[in-house]
Design a binder for this molecule. Structure first.
Ligand code: SAH
Ligand code: SF4
Length: 306
């Protein structure tokens, strides 16, 4: 940057750390709508982020950790274990990489979802610092309402998020409506069981007047029975919420398989019958392991195979 005065150049060198997020591999789904990028960090860690182009939406799905400590049994990131937290700069850099790429095509990002590798509320400060920077008019000026954070359900962090009254959307990964089943799938349920989680969700909705989204990956013969839909309807009664149902995406170390289309729709119908809005979502990017819960990287990985 020889166009800058030498004093400023020295100061930049001293005070700024440029994030070296290098794209090292790229994969595009056969329908061309989803692309996944593997990035390498200077310390040798690797992470994945995904761009989805669907109709007029351009959504980037970003990671907040290398690996994840939560150990959800059906998730490739959980199967690789926890390596480290990402810094705010490393989180922002993922968005910028895709924003620049779209910009070069005369296109632009419309949504950011924090649903990649890692549990964002287990790296709360860095995640929110990154989203604040992206929201800052001096930064990308990206609207909070077009950002969504997905959490496995860390109750104290949900309360903190509620108290900060942000406009960022909140999604909670539920996947089961009875403690026995949820603990089997999501070990964190032992620490924050459903009653505590739903109390926190109610506090969030009361404090923010925002709708909460629940995510539910339908696993054949495991959590796709109508009795689970009924239990969920009981928990979610009179709560401003929406349930997103997606058939399970396959991962290396989990033997379960996706529910059938028919059972997914029956589950959604049962929820609606009890007044709980629900949508069956399309699976995307499965052929390149870019679907929900399929992101993992080789370094330190026990079970994933990207
Ligand atoms: N850690 C956060 C965000 C990343 S995971 C969370 O758990 O919410 C993003 C979403 O993918 C979560 O809803 C998670 O439960 C879901 N997911 C994980 N593995 C999946 C799989 N194999 N099939 C479908 N969804 C999966
Ligand atoms: Fe972590 Fe989310 Fe995967 Fe669970 S589903 S292991 S919280 S990334």
């Amino acid at each position: 940057m020889t166009d800058l005065p030498p004093g400023l150049r020295q100061r930049l060198d001293r005070e700024l750390d440029f994030v070296g997020l290098q794209p090292v591999a790229e994969a595009a789904s056969s329908d061309g709508e989803t692309s996944k990028t593997l990035f390498a960090l200077p310390d040798g860690s690797r992470l994945e982020a995904v761009l989805m182009r669907y109709e007029r939406r351009r959504t980037v799905c970003i990671s907040t950790q290398v690996g994840c400590a939560m150990g959800c049994v059906f998730c490739a990131t959980g199967q690789m274990g926890f390596l480290r937290n990402l810094t705010p700069g490393e989180i922002v850099a993922q968005v910028m990489a895709f924003a620049r790429r779209l910009g070069a095509d005369g296109d632009r990002l419309t949504n950011i979802v924090v649903m990649g590798m890692g549990e964002p509320f287990h790296n709360y400060d860095a995640t929110l610092a990154a989203l604040d920077r992206l929201n800052d008019p001096a930064g990308l000026g990206f609207g909070d309402r077009r950002m969504t954070i997905s959490t496995v359900g860390l109750v104290p962090a949900i309360d903190r998020f509620a108290s900060e009254r942000r406009q960022i959307n909140l999604a909670v990964s539920l996947h089961a409506a009875t403690d026995e089943l949820r603990t089997r799938l999501l070990p964190v349920n032992r620490r924050y069981p459903l009653s505590a989680l739903f109390d926190a969700c109610r506090r969030y909705v009361d404090a923010t007047h925002r709708r909460i989204t629940f995510e539910w990956a339908l696993i054949d013969g495991v959590n796709d029975g109508l009795e689970q839909a009924q239990a969920l309807a009981g928990l979610a009664a009179r709560l401003t919420c929406h349930v997103n149902l997606i058939p399970l995406n396959p991962t290396g170390a989990y033997p379960g398989s996706a529910t059938t289309r028919q059972k997914a729709h029956a589950f959604a119908e049962e929820l609606r019958r009890f007044g709980v809005p629900a949508t069956v979502r399309m699976r995307r990017g499965i052929d390149i392991q870019a679907g929900c819960g399929q992101l993992a990287t080789q370094a330190g990985s026990r079970a994933a195979k990207t």
